[in-house]
Design a binder for this molecule. Sequence first.
Ligand SMILES: CC(C)(COP(=O)(O)OP(=O)(O)OC[C@H]1O[C@@H](n2cnc3c(N)ncnc32)[C@H](O)[C@@H]1OP(=O)(O)O)[C@@H](O)C(=O)NCCC(=O)NCCS
Length: 386
Amino acid sequence: MNWRFQECGPGDESDFLWVRSWVYDGRPPQESDHLADIIGGGRRYIARVDDQPVGVTNCLTLRARHAHGFVPLAGVATVGIAPTHRNGGYGQRLMAEVIRAERAQGMVAGALYAFRDKFYRKQGYASGAAHRMELHVPIDRMPSLAQTLDARVATAADVDGLAACHAAFVAPYALSVDRHPDRWARMLASQDSQLLVLGDPAEAYVYARVKGFYEVLEVNEFAWSSRAGYESGLAFIRSLAINQSSVKWCEPADCPFLSRFHDGQVDIKVDREAMVRVYDVPGALACLKPVSSGAFRLRVADPIVPENEGPWRVEFGPGGSKCVADSGGTDLPLVEVDIATFSGAYFGHPGWRQMHRMGLVTADATTLDTLEALMPTGLTYHSELY
Ligand SMILES: CC(C)(COP(=O)(O)OP(=O)(O)OC[C@H]1O[C@@H](n2cnc3c(N)ncnc32)[C@H](O)[C@@H]1OP(=O)(O)O)[C@@H](O)C(=O)NCCC(=O)NCCS
């Protein structure tokens, strides 16, 4: 068996399409199938066995927020192994290669939406790193609020205002990503859903598929940057759904609807869960510029990327963070952790103390404070779907 993994070049397009079509459409590629550009840029990878294409994935190049900086992050999408080659370990092998390849390209971490967490946990991805909550609200349980902001159908002239509103909406959350202009263009061009703006400048927007009678109004995205935006948005959604039976939309895990308007008979569940993995431990730590200072030693168990293991000496302060090979001779406390636990706690969820309680982090109480100072436990939201 001859396994070959590589980044896709122009000559690999038809092989990539072959695997993607079999995996995602259950048939060979059609004349009309093509590979669209990856929004915001990125790379495609292909794996072949004995020269036959068997595995593919797309990696979007993203920039994710952290409580103390920004992090180059690969958004791993369209993972697939041809139906003829499954359950032979190729999926695991493909994902391990992707981690190493994206690391070599400067992506210090990666995120993905898993079909099953177990498959990606084996690769060191952390479950529960970020959630979006879906609310399913019967129309008679929608709050009766005044819509103080006027609504209008968005046009290209609204893109800057929408982007500012979105940026303010996602700013409190680690793992959030500012939206690429091409995504706005795609939303505006949609034949399926409408983008409606509230306020000028925009303080909220609603991207929804409005159709039928006495069905579920599906709001693909609702975002706001102020209290007036949130309340006017809810009032607007209620009016959009006047002839429907219920409405669904998503909120970040701290869910303002739950604290302000929950009123029984509302279903709230996890809609999507992003998993994350740090690909490059010293690279990820070097991205951070915390407000306070500290130092510790770190050892990370990572069978897929042994270069991450250390031990490292980590020093940080308002000027930035430094993570260098530990040459010994210091009495700094040692933190020991596996890569999946490190990855979740690096972004803030699940945090260091919770993982320590679970017995997954070796550190004393003072060192937990130091870890929190550099990588605080906090709210996360992976704001793009792919
Ligand atoms: C997911 C996928 C990439 C895995 O590739 P693969 O080569 O079959 O995977 P591997 O052989 O490396 O590993 C298979 C593992 O998945 C497990 N698995 C197989 N079918 C499964 C299922 N329906 N649900 C959960 N796990 C499953 C196997 O038990 C095995 O785990 P084990 O080693 O603990 O026994 C491939 O099945 C696929 O392309 N699926 C369709 C597209 C898809 O779902 N992509 C993922 C998008 S996030």
